[in-house]
Design a protein around this ligand. Sequence first.
Ligand code: ATP
Ligand code: LTN
Length: 337
Amino acid sequence: MPADRPRAFSGIQPTAGSFHLGNYLGAIRQYVALQETHDAFYSVVDLHAMTIPQDPAVLRANTRLATAQLLAAGLDPERCTLFVQSHVPEHAQLGWLMNCLTGFGEASRMTQFKDKSARQGAERTSVGLFTYPVLQVADILLYHARHVPVGEDQRQHIELTRDLAERFNARYGDTFTVPDVHIVKETGKIYDLQDPAVKMSKSASTPKGIVNLLDEPGVSAKKIRSAVTDTETVIRFDPERKPGVSNLLTVYATLTGRTVADLEAAYEGKGYGALKTDLAQVVADWAAPFRERAREYLDDPETLDGILAKGAEKARTVAAETLAAAYDRVGLLPAKH
Ligand code: ATP
Ligand code: LTN
C-alpha cells in the first residue's frame, strides 16, 4: 500500500449474528470504497461489544461471522488491514490515557450512551458502556486516521475524537492526527422499516424493522412488503412528508446504482406494492452472492484466522509506535529491557 495515501479507520461491533442494511449502506459500503483510495484499517471491535453482556461462545462465533461478512461485502485483505480489536492490546492501553483526558461531563453528554442506558436502566448499564466512545477515540487516533467512515449516529463520537486529539496535542505537543468524519449524506441514516422516524438498529429495532443481510430472501421480502409507508399512493422522494417511501427509494437507488429521480420516473403511476416487490427482488439479488461468499469464509476458519493474524500484525506495527509516542509525551517512565 503506497505510504502517501491518507489513512482511514473504522470499527464495527460483532454484536449480532448478521449485519443489517443500515450497517451495509451507511458504513461497510464506504469501507469497501475507501480501500481503493486510502491506507485503510478496519477492525471488528470485540472490546466494544463487551460493553453489553455477551455469551463468550457467541461473542467468539460472532467475531468470525462479522469478519466473514466484511470480506463477503468486498473488503480485500490485500487492499486493507482487517483485524480484531482485542488482538492489538494498544487499543485498551491508549484508551486508558484517553479516559484520563476526558471530562466526566463531556462523556455524560454522549447521546448514544444516554439512549442506551435509558433503555437498559442505570443499574444494568456498565461503566464500559459509559467510556465506550473514549475507547473509540483511541481506536481512531492509534492509526492517525484522516477519514472515519461511519453512519450518522456516530458523528458525535468522531467530534469527541477531534476534541481529544486537539486537547492532547495542545497539552503535550503535536502527536495525533485530527480526523474528519466521513458520512455519506444519502445513506448515513437508513430507517427502521416499521418506524421510519428512527434508524434501523441491531439493538433497538423490532425484527420486522430490520433487513438482515444473512436472512433468507423470503424473510427479507416479507419485511420489505410490510414496510410502513403513508396513506398517499405517489412514489416520491420526500423524507419530511414521506419518510417510509423515501427510505425504500434510498435503499433501491443505492443497491442498483440508479438515481432516485430515475426511480421516481419509472414508478410513476405505479403503487407502493410494485415498488416493494421490486425492491425485495433487488435486495435478494444483492444478498444471494453475499451470503454465499460469507458461507465460504465461515467454512474455512483457517483462512479467516490467517487473514486476521496478518491484519493484527500490520495494525500492531502502527499502533505500537503511536502508543509509545503518546506514553512518552505524557511522561510515563519507559521500561528498561
Ligand atoms: P446499535 O444500534 O445496536 O448500536 P448498530 O445497528 O448501530 O447497532 P453498529 O455496529 O453500532 O450497529 O454500527 C456499525 C456501523 O453501521 C456504524 O458505522 C454505524 O454508524 C452504521 N450504522 C448502523 N445503523 C445504521 C443505519 N441505520 N443507517 C446508516 N448507518 C448505520
Ligand atoms: N462505536 C461504533 C463502532 C466503533 C468505531 C470505532 C467506528 C468502534 N470504534 C472507530 C469508527 C471508528 C459503533 O457503535 N458503530
